[in-house]
Design a protein. Sequence first.
Length: 118
Amino acid sequence: QVQLVESGGGLVQAGGSLRLSCAASGRTFSVMGWFRQAPGKEREFVAAIRGSGRTTYYADSVKGRFTISRDNAKNTVYLQMNSLKFEDTAVYYCAAKRDVNAKAYDFWGQGTQVTVSS
């Protein structure tokens, strides 16, 4: 049974940092990513990383501030978030897909709340 379990969310002041973790179980994935959804807004892509860890993708809004990484030995992906802004407040979801060429992600975590106070 596949599970993605996020952790690391919380309340932080603007300018601060948080690190999110997503532990996957049940299988490995070619691509793992992070999405977020703010109140009243649609879910949006944040970052993704391929299996080797050498190829990463970022939304323009987080480039230079967020870093995605993965530890394949632990089947875990991380999102280091620095210089947080109020507009980064959202529920952050981990997602994974088996096929690197697939458009949609196959599995999703339950989400973790990140709140940035201004």
